[in-house]
Every structure is written in C-alpha cells, then in structure tokens.
Design a protein around this ligand. Sequence first.
Ligand code: NAD
Ligand code: UD1
Length: 339
Amino acid sequence: MRVLVTGGAGYIGSHTVVRLVEDGHEPVVLDSFVNSRPSVIARLEELTGRTIETHSFDLRDVDKTNALLDDGRFDAVIHFAGLKAVGESSQIPLEYYDNNVGSTLVLARAMDRAGVPVLVFSSSATVYGELAPVPYVETHEPLASNNPYGRTKLVQEMLLSDVATAGGPRVALLRYFNPVGAHPSGRIGEDPHGVPNNLMPFIAQVAVGRREQLQVFGNDYPTPDGTPQRDYLHVVDLAEGHVAALEYLSDHPDVVERAWNLGGGHGTSVLEMIAAFESASGRPIPHEVAPRRTGDLAAFWADASRAETELGWRAERSIEQMCADTWRWQSGNPQGYPG
Ligand code: NAD
Ligand code: UD1
C-alpha cells in the first residue's frame, strides 16, 4: 500500500515509516517539522535504503493538503501529526484545538474528496479519563479526559467516527498507552525539544549527563512501592500495531470504525523503571522525591486482548529492551538529532 504518514518525522511516525518499508509498503511523509527535525529523513533513508518521499507543510493548509491527496494515489493515511504536551495544552488550549482538531478536519475532508478509504489515527489512553476501572477496555463509557490535549483526542475520535459512519474514510482509533524505547539500530529515537515532560526521555537525559537528576513526582500513591504504575510499550511494537491495523481495515471493508488499545497489559512503577534503566545503561540515575504532578493517576494499564484477537498483535518487547534501545539511541546521540 502507498501510505501517507502525517507527522512521519516525529517519534512514533519515524519508527512506523521504517516498519512500513520492512513490510513492503510505500510510506510518504507529510510533516511541518514543528516538533521534529528534517535530519530525521536522512536517518530513515539510511535505515530503509530507500528515498522517502517527503512533503514539508502544515496539514491545516487546505490547498496543499487537497492537492497532495488528490494527486497522491494513496491507499491509506496514518495520522500522527499533532501537538502532545499535556501541560502546555492547558496554557495554550486554542493552539491545541486549532492544530489537532483543525488538521484532522482538513485531512478528513481531503481524504473524503479524494476517495482515500482507510485512516489509522493516533489516539491515547488519556481518553478513558480518571474514573475508568483498570485495566482499561475499549468498550468503557463514558470517555473523558482531564486536560485539553486529551479532549482534543476525544473530539478527533468522535469527528472521525461520524465521518466514517457517513461513508467517509473507515477509521482505526489506536489508543496508545506509554510508548518508549527506540529503534534497535540507535539511529532514530525520541528527541523532545526543551525539558522532557515524560519519564523515559528524562531518565535517558540524566543517564547521559544532560540533566543532573530526576524528580520522582510522588511516592505516596496506593501502589506497591508508592510510585505510579504505567503501561510502557516499545515504540517498535507500537509501529507494528499500526501496520496490523492498516492491513486489518484494508482486509475488512465491513469494519467502519474500531478502537484498539495498544499496550503491554501490565504496570511498571517509576522506581522499577529507574532500576531497569540503571541496569541497561550501567549508569546511576540520581533522583529525589518531589511533590505529585497535578493530574497524575496512580496506576493504569491496558486490556490489550482485543488487539491480540482481532489484529494478531501483542507487545512483545520487554522493559529491559525498551531501556537498552533507549540507551543506545541516547548515548549515540546525546544532543538528539543534528540540525
Ligand atoms: P511527535 O511530536 O514526535 O510527532 C508529531 C509530528 O507531527 C511532529 O513531527 C510534528 O512536527 C508534526 N506535526 C504537528 N503538527 C503538525 C501539523 N499541523 N502539520 C504537519 N505536521 C505536524 O509526537 P509522537 O510522540 O510521535 O506522537 C504522535 C501522535 O501520537 C500524536 O498525535 C500524539 O498525540 C499521539 N500520542 C503520543 C503519545 C506519546 O506518549 N508519545 C501517547 C499517546 C498518543
Ligand atoms: C503522559 C501524559 C498522558 C499521555 C501519556 C502518554 C501527562 C500529565 N500525561 O502521561 O496524557 O497519554 O503521557 O505517554 O503528561 N514522572 C516522574 N518524573 C518525571 C516525569 C514523569 O516521576 O520527570 C512520573 C509521572 O508522575 C508518572 C510516570 O512518571 O507517574 C510516567 O509519566 P509520563 O511519562 O509523563 O507518562 P504519563 O503520566 O502516563
């Protein structure tokens, strides 16, 4: 399949581009590089041995997006493009709604008019809200989120479901848990701008000496060691989940819209993650306990059985592999991508 990958230069998109080529598909990248670097593309070409067709513009540009979809002969789109920092989304909610919902609206309209039949969308476990029982199941209702970023995901899920039900592109809503890790080559990985918001890139930057110490946001949660538990999954497993969903929708024209959890199905605590990274890197991770971060939940993980039954997908890679691959990427690229 010839597949447009919006946000294909980003963290998850770049790993998915590699996997698409490995599985015999032809990815085309569309990215504005608002949160990634053009030098990613050279790394993708090095890893795949292919020229990666790349379009550099903002998806909200209606004319350019329509022109690309009209002429592109795409069989499907995987839509990663969007802003994703939870804290920032509370400070600049208009920018988040504009970018996330706005780009999805433009994309859905362009796909509809060009007749591109299949869309795979990046959603998030954040749509289950604070009250859903753990493990999270796709059938849980009502969906909710406690932050503007999460609410843009909810709006996008509803928008895409409505469009699909009305005969537009059929859609896979992939609800990711906590993607971490890097390609085993160490050539692509997560490269956040500024201070990392998330645990794994922060730990990796402490290990490599870019930051002095990690703050552990609370150790008085009702969990075995007092620190929150999350469902971490390797980004290469996640990339494989996208290809599985793409192929499933293409093979099942009767499926109009479907949500799948992509997670490992069990929780790992902050302290367990620190210990695993120290062991993988051979470096100490200095850390201190700090106050809780507003909005954090004690523990959640996926019931990933629907993806296993229907897509034949499960997260295979261990916490040790996630740490080892993150360390290979971070130690080989201490300042991230060049340029
Ligand atoms: P990322 O920021 O690394 O990648 C997103 C890419 O989209 C970037 O390259 C950015 O330049 C591009 N982009 C943003 N807005 C754009 C626009 N309007 N037009 C064109 N390009 C644009 O993020 P990621 O971690 O790879 O996440 C990808 C998707 O998965 C996002 O939608 C995110 O919300 C979702 N998601 C991520 C996580 C996570 O923990 N990383 C968890 C759940 C869901
Ligand atoms: C974050 C997002 C969530 C998103 C998810 C996807 C927030 C508030 N939530 O959640 O919406 O779906 O990523 O990956 O950003 N931690 C520390 N010190 C740090 C950083 C994190 O102790 O410097 C702790 C956090 O308190 C949390 C755990 O590590 O308990 C994981 O944090 P993080 O990687 O940000 O993921 P989530 O909290 O699951």
